[in-house]
Design a protein around this ligand. Sequence first.
Ligand code: UD1
Ligand code: CA
Length: 465
Amino acid sequence: MTKDAAGSDLHVVILAAGQGTRMKSGLPKVLHAIAGRPMVDHVLRTAAAISPATTTLVIGHEAEAIRGHLREQEGLQFAVQEPQLGTAHALQQTAPVLDGQTGTLILLSGDVPLLRPATLRRLLEVHRGAKAAATVVTAVVERPYGYGRIVRTSGRIARIVEERDASPAERQIREINSGIYAFDLPPLFDTLRTIAATNAQGEYYLTDLIAAYRRRRRPVETLVVDDPREVRGVNSRTELAEVSATMRQTKNEELMAAGVTLIDPATTYIDPDVTIGADTVIHPGVAIQGQSRIGAACEIHAYVRIVDTEIADRVTIHNFCLIIGARVAEGASIGPFAHLRPETEVGQAAKVGNFVELKKTTLGPGSKANHLSYLGDATIGPNVNVGAGTITCNYDGRTKHQTVIEEGAFIGSDTQLVAPVRIGRGAYVAAGSSITEDVPAGALGIARGRQTNIEGWVERKKNAG
Ligand code: UD1
Ligand code: CA
């Protein structure tokens, strides 16, 4: 690996030690989810895109919760900040690993999750091109309230002033600090040590580094992003919702550009990793989450939630279905009001109707379970008709048992199949049966009380009363 190409002199630090007071939450701020994934995961993903030599996360408040969440992240180092005395103090905690290194340090904020890798690459270009000591990513926004403001003199950045310390005139400035920077490593830690906590919050502000560099006549650059939404920080639940909406909107626009119809993008919730084929139509109130893959020319009606599920082409999902960890083959039809639970496979052109629940069940191609059924731990062959109200009794209080229904079988309505049990090829089960023994191929299984009609019973009962 050469130095410049692979970023072996490139280090990323992510600040995530703060309490996130304004979230009013027991959960650390960076673990709050945006589009189904904790905020910090989005930031780590962006960081990984520039292939840094090291990535260090500064943690403090609820450190163990964050460490626990990220324990499987390879090559991630942690620095603990205790107590949390401000952003400059947070960065100082990485001195044991980074002081003495050369190259560039990219500083990211755990609460700025929409930053794009392309912007980080531009930041590196500008920073290296200018041989700057620091380069600050900024944005010009309509509502600068709460952000640090960029104070310029003769067009150049002079310092950053925090909201609480700003004069009324400074509060009018609409160019804000995104909290994302590139730093030249050699002078960084020495200069950080000179920062004092003489401000409204009594904290060590990283933003004071800019003025410190300017006093030392070190070059400081800025990179102004085109779309300020990209550097929106999350400090409150309102901002969490706004940032989530932006992420969703971006995804929805990508999908529409690729040929997917969204009837109402404002109420369509599709996670970033989801793929959807062209000419699929998605109705309002639909959520498609996790690693779901949806084929082409499908129709997904209103108020459906699909999680980690694979759906082939030309599938129709009717209203109000919940589908988790399932696979649905081409041309199948699901719902309304169906529940497909993990490890369910619905075959080609099969039909799952209203109030039908499937769990760990394969429903063969062309088979139908149209009404009011529970089918669990079942293997159902092709072209089977499962009558209304059929229930697999798969659980005996201790273990789960399998039900097998072979090709072309017909299960009459209101049948209980007490597992383990097998219904042979082409067999019939009479309606209302409690089937406890296998039914051979081609046979009729009937297991219900015989009907008796007692003539004149009603009249006699009335007279007796
Ligand atoms: C910070 C910037 C502000 C900028 C804004 C952008 C400072 C002083 N202010 O303000 O100029 O406009 O971000 O979003 O830097 N953190 C720690 N340890 C601490 C304090 C904070 O790790 O002791 C972490 C937080 O967890 C968070 C990040 O640093 O991820 C920013 O802290 P936060 O308190 O949100 O700063 P802002 O007030 O948003
Ligand atoms: Ca913040």
